[in-house]
Design a protein around this ligand. Structure first.
Ligand code: FAD
Ligand code: FES
Length: 258
């Protein structure tokens, strides 16, 4: 259900689940209405970090939103010091999310790379009981969330240095696993990974939905800071552009020029 509001959230818990990766659980009104693949904007308190920081919804439970994020700069560093009971301001829920109902009954491959892994956990959870195979790509054996995916689907790992799973990326891991012929791929991760998935899906006639985590300012469609090129022209403005924060972040890979 559509919900967009400024929520006064309350921190339920926070823990560091891997080096520099934090799992933050925040009680907020929007949690009850969130869909997998949507994101929230988290506002830092510090006056020199004015803009909200977009973070994907990893999952929701019992009226709370779970965010899993990497400390990248000032904003996320501030979030990592939040403790149980602290207040946190969020804009929730943003973006469109993955088309969960449309893919049911198909062979579904989920792909997550690095900090693109968290939203795919919520997708796996929503598709529990379906034919779902999750491929997660890490830099090395400093993994996170992998054990949680195993509760919902089959799991395959890849790492750049070969220390866990297949040496290489998520597509190398898919190619290495025999007998899996995806009808649909759903993915989130760095742009080179998403470009490779788009190409692979087009060559193999697979539908792919990709979530683009570009830099954002407003998060609500007003600043045009997040536009991305599209294959078709927009009916209203007649340009090949779309806003990732409102029309995305999830797109049919055939529709975006990345
Ligand atoms: C829709 C969406 C969902 C996201 N989901 C997650 C998530 O679930 N977990 C998570 O850890 N991060 C996620 N991100 C990225 C996250 O928003 C940034 O890491 C965060 O805003 C950085 O803020 P900061 O103040 O800590 O760092 P800043 O000081 O603003 O930046 C620190 C460094 O991070 C880089 N950076 C900032 N934003 C991005 C971005 N969007 N993509 C790539 N690099 C960036 C900057 O170029 C700079 O090098 C998401 C981004 C988007 C747009
Ligand atoms: S971030 Fe402002 S329009 Fe998308």
């Amino acid at each position: 259900m559509f919900y967009r509001n400024i929520d006064e959230g309350k921190v339920i818990s926070q823990e560091e689940i891997s080096s520099g990766i934090f799992s933050l659980l925040v009680e907020n009104k929007g949690a009850a209405f969130a869909s997998p693949g949507q994101f929230v904007g988290v506002y830092p308190n510090s006056k020199d970090t004015l803009l909200m920081r977009p973070i994907s919804i990893c999952e929701t439970k019992d009226g709370a939103t779970r965010l899993v994020y990497r400390v990248a700069g000032k904003g996320t560093k501030e979030f990592s010091s939040l403790q149980k009971g602290d207040k946190v301001k969020l804009i929730a829920n943003l973006g469109n999310g993955f088309p969960i109902d449309e893919v049911k009954g198909k062979c579904i491959v989920l792909m997550g790379g690095g900090i693109g892994i968290p939203p795919m956990l919520g997708v796996a959870k929503a598709l529990k009981g379906e034919d779902v195979h999750a491929y997660l790509g890490f830099r090395n054996n400093d993994t996170f969330l992998a054990d949680e995916f195993m509760q919902y689907c089959k799991l395959y790992l890849a790492s750049e240095d070969g220390s866990v799973g297949v040496k290489g990326n998520v597509l190398d891991a898919l190619r290495a696993s025999t007998g899996i012929k995806p009808d649909v791929i759903m993915a989130c991760g760095p742009m080179p990974m998403l470009r490779a998935i788009k190409k692979y899906a087009e060559e193999n006639d697979i539908i792919a939905y990709i979530s683009l985590e570009e830099r954002m300012a407003c998060g609500v469609g007003a600043c045009l800071g997040c536009v991305c090129k599209t294959v078709k022209k927009d009916d209203h403005s007649h340009v090949n552009n779309t806003r990732i924060c409102t029309e995305g972040p999830v797109f049919d890979a055939r529709e975006v020029d990345i």
